[in-house]
Design a protein. Structure first.
Length: 74
């Protein structure tokens, strides 16, 4: 990971932080590297299941409801 990449604040719930720490340790990665791997894996999985790596779950629900003839609410 490059220290020149943009920084983001991330405040996970304590149990999620513990899981990330455990996985990072088990995989011999920094916390940052572990989170990057998890996020990249998530987007890769979304891309293979939806065709768009950035399509949100709300977008998928709206598309599903539209194809099912159901009107989506807020």
């Amino acid at each position: 990971m490059s220290r020149t990449h943009p920084q983001m604040r991330f405040r996970p719930p304590p149990d999620l932080k513990d899981r990330i720490e455990h996985e990072a340790s088990a995989n011999r990665r920094s916390l940052n590297a572990q989170m990057v791997i998890c996020i990249e894996t998530y987007f890769a999985m979304q891309h293979t299941t939806t065709g768009s790596p950035l399509e949100s779950s709300a977008d998928r629900r709206a598309t599903h409801h539209k194809s099912a003839g159901v009107q989506a609410h807020g």
